[in-house]
Design a protein around this ligand. Structure first.
Ligand code: HEM
Length: 359
C-alpha cells in the first residue's frame, strides 16, 4: 500500500472518525472550512511534493544535528523544574514539553504558552481521530477553533512582517504561480506541523519510558552504558508504534493482501500490527533492545510520506533518555500505576505516567 501512492491516496483519507453532530458543526463553522485545512500528510502528487520539498529543505540533517546542545539544555531544565517531592506525571512534566518547545522554537511560534498550545493540539488530534461524548466533542471543537484563530493571527503577522523565520518562509512560499498558499492552507500546515511535531515524540518518549521502567534491568543498562539508548529508542518505536495506524483512501478498485478494495473505501493501516508481525520479527511481543532489525519497523511510515521529522524525533528521544538516566537514575513507576490510553484511531496516547524518584 505504501508503495503505490497513486492508488492509495492521502487526500480525503483522514475524515473525522466521529462525524460532528449539529451542535459541534455549528462551532466548527466559526473556524476555517475543513476543505482548507490540509496538512502535508493529507496531500498527494505535486500538491504534496512542493510542501514536502520545503520541509525537507528546513529539516536538513545538519540543521537537526546542530539542535542537540539546545535539546540537551532543555531536557536539563525540565529535570530542574520537576517537583521537589520526587513524584510526577512524566507525560505532563517532561514528555510533551521537550518536543513541543523544540517545534515552537523551530517554527518561531510565540504568543501563547506551551501548555495552551499542547491543549489545543490535543483537541485537534481528537477532532480528527478521537471518539468522545457530545460534551467532550463540544469542548474539543471550541479548542480546535481557538487554535485555528491563534494560527491565523500567526500567519497574518508572518505575511505582513519581514521576518526570515520558518513560518514567514512557509506562508510566503512560492508553491507555483497558479496556487499560492491561502491563509487557511497555511493555518492547516502549521496545525499539522505543531501536532505531528510534538504529540508523536511525546508518545514515543513516554511509551518507551513505560517499557524501560517495567524492565529495571534495561533501565540500569541505559544508566551504565548510554550507547545502548539509540537501540532502546528504536525498539520503543517498533514495540509501541506511537502512530499505530495510518489512513489511506483507495482512488481506484484495488487488490491488497488478497482482498478487493473498492474505489472510495478508506483504509486504516495498522502499522502497530505490522511492527509485531511474527513472520518479520522474532519474539515480536517482547521489548528487546538487542533485537537485530533485519527488516525495518514501519513506525515512521514508508514511501513518499515517510516522516520528515524522523531524525528529529530520534534525536529528541535519545537526548531525553541520556539526560534522564544520568540525572534521575532512581526513577521508577509509582506503586500500583496502571496505564490508560486516550481513545484515538491514529496515535497511541498514554494518558499519564506516574513516576517517582529519590530526592
Ligand atoms: C516519534 C515521533 C514521530 C512518529 C512516530 C511519526 C510518525 C509519522 C508517520 C507514520 C508519518 C507518515 C504518515 C503517512 O504515511 O500518512 C509521518 C509523517 C509526517 N511527520 Fe512524523 N512522526 C514523528 C515525529 C515527527 C516530528 C518531530 C515532525 C516534525 C518536526 C514530524 C512531521 C511529520 C510530517 C510533516 C509528516 C508528513 C510527511 C508527508 O506527508 O510527506 N513528525 N510521521
Amino acid at each position: 500500500m505504501f508503495a503505490d501512492p497513486t492508488t492509495f491516496v492521502n487526500q480525503g483519507a483522514t475524515a473525522p472518525v466521529t462525524p460532528p453532530p449539529p451542535p459541534v458543526a455549528e462551532i466548527l463553522a466559526e473556524g476555517i472550512p475543513a476543505s482548507e485545512i490540509r496538512p502535508t500528510v493529507t496531500r498527494d502528487g505535486e500538491d504534496h511534493d512542493r510542501i514536502r520539498r520545503f520541509l525537507v529543505s528546513v529539516l536538513t540533517p545538519r540543521y537537526i544535528a546542530a539542535l542537540e546542545p539546545k535539546i540537551r539544555r532543555l531536557a536539563d531544565r525540565l529535570v530542574d523544574e520537576l517537583p521537589a517531592d520526587g513524584r510526577a506525571d512524566f507525560v505532563n512534566a517532561f514528555a510533551y514539553r521537550l518536543p513541543l518547545e523544540v517545534v515552537l522554537d523551530l517554527f518561531g511560534i510565540s504568543g501563547a504558552s506551551g501548555a495552551q498550545i499542547h491543549e489545543w493540539t490535543t483537541h485537534a488530534m481528537s477532532m480528527f481521530w478521537g471518539t468522545f461524548t457530545l460534551e467532550e466533542h463540544l469542548v474539543a471543537a471550541r479548542g480546535y477553533v481557538d487554535f485555528q484563530r491563534f494560527l491565523a493571527e500567526t500567519v497574518q503577522r508572518a505575511r505582513t512582517g519581514s521576518g526570515d523565520d520558518v513560518v514567514s518562509r512557509l506562508v510566503n512560499l512560492d508553491i507555483g504561480g497558479d496556487a499560492p498558499l491561502t491563509d487557511g492552507e497555511a493555518v492547516g500546515l502549521l496545525l499539522g506541523l505543531l501536532s505531528a511535531g510534538h504529540e508523536t515524540s511525546m508518545n514515543l518518549i513516554s511509551l518507551t519510558m513505560l517499557q524501560v521502567l517495567r524492565s529495571p534491568s534495561i533501565w540500569q543498562r541505559m544508566i551504565d552504558d548510554p550507547s545502548v539508548i539509540p537501540a532502546v529508542v528504536e525498539e520503543g518505536l517498533r514495540f509501541e508504534s506511537p502512530a499505530h495506524s495510518i489512513w489511506r483512501k483507495a482512488a481506484a478498485d484495488a487488490e491488497l493482501g488478497g482482498r478487493t478494495i473498492a474505489a472510495g473505501q478508506r483504509l486504516s493501516v495498522v502499522v502497530g500490527s505490522a511492527n509485531r508481525d511474527p513472520a518479520v520479527f522474532d519474539h515480536p511481543s517482547e521489548f528487546d533492545p538487542d533485537r537485530a532489525f533485519d527488516s525495518p519497523h514501519l513506525s515512521f511510515g514508508r514511501g513518499v510520506h515517510f516522516c520528515v521529522g524522523a531524525p528529529l524525533a530520534r534525536l529528541e528521544a535519545r537526548v531525553a533518555f541520556e539526560v534522564l538516566t544520568q540525572r534521575l537514575p532512581s526513577l521508577r513507576l509509582q506503586p500500583g500505576f496502571t496505564p490508560s490510553y486516550r481513545p484515538n484511531s491514529v496515535q497511541r496516547f498514554l494518558e499519564r505516567l506516574d513516576v517517582e524518584w529519590d530526592g
